[in-house]
Design a protein around this ligand. Structure first.
Ligand SMILES: NC(=O)c1ccc[n+]([C@@H]2O[C@H](COP(=O)([O-])OP(=O)(O)OC[C@H]3O[C@@H](n4cnc5c(N)ncnc54)[C@H](OP(=O)(O)O)[C@@H]3O)[C@@H](O)[C@H]2O)c1
Length: 396
């Protein structure tokens, strides 16, 4: 965490239609921020996600009567879409979206339909549904549209008191992604210490909206009282360089890493690199099973078309109809087996020990019993590298 000076003030006009959507987090911040934005010329609209009403603090200040309130009864995207459509038909384009994320201690969060991810999911869906408006409003040179998410971790982006909330912190990823996809929209992740008063919290948010420095993506605010608030951001720092040979108490030849997704793709590349400098053991996990190469694939190189032709021929020879799905499945199995065998060899050649275990990381019980024999053979797991994932990239 590095300290930041208070931001400069960008002299920007409000968007042509200064409608600003604010999600209600149930705390006093929402009405106080709405009032402060109104005073600056914005037209705030409150969006209350389903599940929030249970969190609304009894003693908080009410919203001004003229501020429209959209109350959602479910987390269905269709309801959100319809509500935003009627809002914009009545009030015009949306120029700003501020998502106030409920404090991580919010008790009702886990009771929601989508569990702890519920508000994160709804924030994502809202961002997706206002994206066209924000981009349209952001095109002007003289004004700025914005997408800001506000969490109440510890005011130091989860790196101070240790009040780290994995779910709320996901909003930081959403902001960074939006910032790349929507270059005309000002995107910022703000983390406010939960103890900050609603007035202080609102003024921190307001000053972020006008920060001219676009290099910063995440800002934290903590402390108050006489010394005022401290503003900070995070900068990556190398704690330990694993690309140079080192031995320490926590990393020795006896270390055993459990690496999900480690037998293929980008994670396998990382393990090979790590094995070059840290000759420890790696248990690689993937759902694929390693089977001996089938006869039809033997001698066929890596060319996908040739593999598909060979798979098709083998299906025809065995009297089966060679549908694209069947062919892809056969080829996929062969490619997975080849990748796994090749990467095990690369890790061993680099100086590490490697074992492959076929297990699905989403099934803890089966995973535990699947790795048990290997753990018995090479020793207990001392570290975990989680790399299993399914590539399904899409724009917001
Ligand atoms: N490629 C990149 O440059 C890059 C960069 C940054 C981040 N990422 C992220 O890293 C992750 C992996 O990407 P990749 O390109 O390496 O993909 P990949 O080549 O498809 O490798 C994914 C690996 O994860 C395993 N896996 C998937 N689901 C699993 C499950 N439920 N249980 C156990 N193992 C599972 C796969 O094995 P099985 O199919 O055998 O299960 C495979 O070994 C993705 O989430 C991706 O978004 C990728």
């Amino acid at each position: 965490v590095v300290p930041l000076a208070p931001p400069d003030v960008l002299h920007a006009e409000l968007p042509e239609n200064p409608l600003c959507l604010i999600t209600d987090d149930g705390s006093s911040l929402a009405p106080v921020l709405a009032k402060a934005l109104s005073e600056q010329g914005w037209s705030p609209v409150i969006l209350r996600f389903s599940g929030i009403s249970e969190l609304v603090k009894k003693k908080r200040k009410p919203f001004a009567k003229e501020i429209p309130l959209i109350e959602l009864s479910s987390s269905a995207e269709s309801e959100l879409e319809t509500s935003l459509k009627s809002l914009t038909e009545k009030h015009g384009n949306i120029g700003g979206f501020i998502h106030l994320h409920p404090a991580s201690s919010a008790p009702a969060e886990s009771k929601l339909e989508d569990g702890a991810n519920a508000f994160l999911k709804q924030a994502f869906l809202t961002a997706k549904n206002v994206c066209t408006f924000l981009n349209e409003a952001g095109k002007s040179d003289s004004s700025r549209s914005h997408f800001v998410t506000v969490t109440r971790l510890d005011g130091e982006l989860g790196m101070g008191s240790g009040q780290f909330g994995a779910v709320g912190s996901g909003l930081s990823g959403l902001i960074k992604t939006a910032g790349v996809e929507w270059p005309d929209v000002f995107c910022r992740f703000v983390d406010l210490q939960p103890e900050l008063t609603a007035d202080t919290a609102a003024s921190c948010i307001l000053q972020e909206l006008l920060d001219p420095d676009l290099r910063i993506k995440e800002v934290g605010y903590s402390g108050s009282g006489k010394s005022g608030t401290r503003r900070m951001t995070v900068q990556p720092k190398i704690i330990r360089d694993l690309t140079t040979k080192i031995s320490s108490k926590s990393l020795t030849k006896k270390s055993v890493f459990l690496v999900s997704g480690g037998a293929r793709g980008v994670t396998a590349e990382c393990v090979v690199k790590l094995a070059q400098t840290q000759p420890c053991s790696f248990i690689l996990l993937g759902r694929s099973t390693i089977e001996d190469e089938p006869e039809w694939a033997k001698g066929v190189g890596e060319d996908k078309t040739k593999l598909k032709q060979a798979a098709m021929k083998s299906l025809v020879d065995s009297g089966e109809k060679p549908t694209p799905a069947k062919v892809n499945q056969l080829v996929g199995k062969v490619e997975a087996g080849r990748d796994i065998r090749k990467n095990l060899e690369r890790i061993r050649n680099a100086g590490g020990k490697a074992e492959y275990v076929s297990a699905d990381v989403t099934d803890a019980k089966k995973l535990k019993s699947a790795i048990a024999p290997v753990v018995k053979k090479i020793g207990p797991v001392t570290g975990i590298i989680h790399g299993a994932g399914v590539l399904a990239d899409k724009l917001i």
